[in-house]
Write a protein that binds this ligand. Structure first.
Ligand SMILES: Cc1cc2nc3c(=O)[nH]c(=O)nc-3n(C[C@H](O)[C@H](O)[C@H](O)COP(=O)(O)OP(=O)(O)OC[C@H]3O[C@@H](n4cnc5c(N)ncnc54)[C@H](O)[C@@H]3O)c2cc1C
Length: 505
C-alpha cells in the first residue's frame, strides 16, 4: 500500500503487464530503492493483460505473417525474455505453456507466399518446419478434413514448430512480477489498488505530484503504463497532442471441446494492424478451442467496465487530421469490408453465422452448434493515430517527454514485449535519475545474446523449400493419375481446378 504524501523514486501508473514488468526489472536490476504502483481497479491485470482478455500468444514473429524480418528479429529478442523469465522461476504449465503452432496457407497463392516466407525466415527461426497436407493430417487433422471426413479441396501448407513455448497467462505473469519484485532485498515496492490517477502536476521541489481522488503521492520519475488512459493523462499535461487513440475491441468465440492441438494462425492482411484470425487451445478453458479475435471500433477505452465514453472522445481529439486518417482507412475496400464484417460479428445470431464462415477456413468441419460467443472474453487495443502523418500506427507508442515522465500505449503484441519495453524505459530512468543498472545480471537472466543481426539467405534452405514444392506437385500428379486409372476420389469434383483438368481430356 502506498503511503500518502510519500516520495517515491519511481511511480508507475497501471498494474497491467507493462507496469508490473517495469516494477520487476527496476527492483531486480537497478539500485532504485522506492517504487510505487497506482492501480485504478481492485487487482493486478483486470483489463487487457488478464488471461481471458488477450490471445495468450507469445508473438515471436515466426508465424505472424505481417512481421517483416527486421521486426521479427527484434520481437524474437523480447519474446525470448518472457520465456526466460518464466523458466527462471519454474512457471512451466502454470504461467507458460507449450503447444505446436503454425501459420496456415490455404490455396496456391497463400501456399506460395508461406513457402517464400519460410525461405526468408528460416535462418532467424531454424526450428520452423513446413508441413504438407499429409503431415497436417497427423499433427492437426481438423484443419484437413470436413464434416464428412473428406479432405478439404484446396492445397494447404502449414509453416510452424513443435516443442516451443507458445502460450502465456499474462494475468498470472503480471501477478508474479509484483510478487517477485516485492521479494527483492533493498527495494520497497508499494502498490495501491482502487486508486485512479486523476491528475499529474509538475512539482518544482519534488519532481511530480500524482493525484488520486483521496491522496497525493510524489515521485522523481513517473511512468504511465495505463493503456489508452496513458494518452488521456498525457493530453491533460499538454503532451502527445499529435496522437489520438482509436480503441479497437477484440472478441472471441469458444468451442465446447478441444478441436485444435496447437495455435493455427491464418495469413495476415498486411494492411490491418491486428493479429490474423486464429484458433488455439485456451489455457483457461480446459484447452477448448478459442477462435478470434475480432476487431471492432468501440467509443470507450475499457471493455466490460462502466463509463470511459467521455475519456474516448477526449483521447480521440477529433479534428480534420483524425478524420483524414479514418477516411484513408475506410477508402480502402479491404479495410472497409473488414470493419463492416467485424461490426456484424457483434450482432447476436448473425455473428455466429458469419463467424462460422471465417472459422471454417481453419476447421472446415466446424458446426454452428459447436461454438459460442465467448462472453466476458476479449479486451481493447489502444491503436494510436499519428495526427501529423494522418495515419493509424501499427504498433506501440511511447511518449518520452525527456522531463522525467513517460506515457506508454501498448496494443498487441504489448504483452509479449512487456519485458523489452520495460528494458527501454529502465535504461532511460536510471540515466535520468543517476542510478545503476546491473546489465550483466539482466543479460544473463533475460536474454540469449543479441538477435538483431539479420541473417543472409541460405542456399540450403532454398533447396529444402524446392523439395517441398516438388512434393506438393508430386502429390497432385499422383492424385490425377489415380483419376486417370479410373478410381477418382469421392471429393474429386469438389476440387476447384477439377474442371480445368476435365477440359483437357
Ligand atoms: C483481443 C486482444 C488480443 C490480444 N492478444 C495478444 C497476444 O496474444 N499476445 C500479446 O503479446 N498481446 C496481445 N494483446 C495485447 C496485450 O493484451 C496488451 O498489449 C497488454 O495487455 C497491455 O498491457 P498494459 O499493462 O500496457 O495495459 P493494460 O493491461 O490495459 O493495463 C493498464 C492498467 O492501467 C490501469 N489504469 C488505467 N488508467 C489508470 C489511472 N488513471 N490510474 C491508475 N491506473 C490506471 C488499468 O486499470 C490497468 O490495470 C491482445 C490484446 C487484445 C485486446
Amino acid at each position: 500500500m502506498l503511503r500518502e504524501e510519500e516520495h517515491y523514486e519511481v511511480l508507475i501508473i497501471g498494474a497491467g503487464i507493462s507496469g508490473t514488468a517495469l516494477a520487476y526489472e527496476l527492483a531486480r536490476y537497478t539500485d532504485i530503492e522506492k517504487i510505487g504502483i497506482i492501480e485504478k481497479y481492485e487487482d493486478v491485470a483486470t483489463l487487457n493483460s488478464k488471461g481471458t482478455s488477450n490471445s495468450q500468444t507469445i508473438h515471436v514473429g515466426d508465424i505472424e505473417t505481417n512481421y517483416t524480418l527486421e521486426k521479427a528479429a527484434i520481437t524474437k529478442r523480447t519474446a525470448k525474455m518472457v520465456e526466460k523469465y518464466c523458466l527462471q522461476y519454474h512457471y512451466e504449465n502454470e504461467i507458460i505453456f507449450s503447444h505446436q503452432k503454425m501459420a496456415l496457407g490455404i490455396g496456391e497463392k497463400e501456399v506460395e507466399f508461406l513457402l517464400h516466407r519460410y525461405e526468408e525466415f528460416s535462418e532467424l527461426f531454424p526450428y520452423l518446419e513446413v508441413w504438407d497436407k499429409e503431415k497436417l493430417k497427423e499433427l492437426e487433422p481438423k484443419v484437413v478434413f470436413d464434416e464428412n471426413g473428406n479432405e478439404r479441396p484446396e492445397t494447404i501448407v502449414g509453416v510452424g514448430a513443435t516443442g516451443e513455448w507458445t502460450t502465456v497467462d499474462y494475468g498470472k505473469m503480471s501477478k508474479s512480477f509484483i510478487e517477485n519484485a516485492q521479494k527483492e532485498p533493498n527495494t520497497t515496492v508499494d502498490i495501491s489498488f482502487n486508486s485512479q490517477v486523476i491528475k499529474i502536476e509538475r512539482d518544482t521541489k519534488r519532481g511530480y505530484a500524482v493525484h488520486t481522488k483521496d491522496a497525493v503521492y510524489y515521485a522523481d520519475f513517473v511512468i504511465a503504463n495505463a493503456g489508452a488512459h496513458s494518452l488521456y493523462l498525457a493530453h491533460q499535461m499538454g503532451h502527445g497532442l499529435d496522437f489520438a487513440c482509436l480503441p479497437i475491441a477484440g472478441s472471441f468465440y469458444l468451442t465446447n471441446q478441444m478441436m485444435l492441438n496447437g495455435k493455427v494462425y491464418m495469413i495476415q492482411n498486411p494492411k490491418l494492424p491486428f493479429a490474423a484470425l486464429h484458433g488455439d487451445p485456451d489455457v483457461l478453458a480446459n484447452g477448448n478451442t478459442r477462435f478470434g479475435p475480432t476487431a471492432l471500433m468501440l467509443p470507450k477505452l475499457e471493455r466490460y467496465k462502466k463509463g470511459t465514453y467521455w475519456d474516448f472522445w477526449k483521447t480521440l481529439r477529433l479534428d480534420g487530421r483524425v478524420i483524414k486518417a479514418l477516411w484513408d482507412l475506410i477508402k480502402d475496400s479491404d479495410i472497409r469490408n473488414y470493419i463492416f464484417r467485424n461490426f456484424m460479428f457483434e450482432v447476436p445470431w448473425l455473428n455466429k453465422v458469419l463467424f462460422l464462415k471465417d472459422a471454417r477456413k481453419i476447421v472446415p468441419s466446424l458446426q454452428k452448434s459447436e461454438f459460442k460467443y465467448a462472453k466476458g472474453f476479449g479486451g481493447v487495443r489502444p491503436q494510436v493515430i499519428n495526427k501529423r502523418e494522418k495515419k493509424l500506427m501499427l504498433g506501440e507508442a511511447s511518449i518520452n517527454t525527456e522531463k522525467g515522465i513517460i506515457f506508454n500505449m501498448t496494443p498487441s503484441p504489448g504483452a509479449t514485449s512487456c519485458l523489452g519495453n520495460a528494458e527501454r524505459d529502465l535504461r532511460y530512468i536510471v540515466q535520468y535519475l543517476g542510478k545503476n543498472f546491473d546489465e550483466q545480471k539482466f543479460k544473463d537472466e533475460l536474454t540469449e545474446g543479441e538477435y538483431c543481426v539479420l541473417p543472409e539467405p541460405v542456399e540450403a534452405e532454398l533447396e529444402h523449400v524446392n523439395e517441398i514444392r516438388a512434393q506438393i506437385k508430386a502429390t497432385h500428379e499422383r492424385y490425377y493419375q489415380d483419376i486417370e486409372a479410373g478410381k477418382p476420389a469421392e471429393h474429386f469434383w469438389d476440387k476447384p481446378f477439377s474442371n480445368i483438368k476435365r477440359k483437357k481430356k
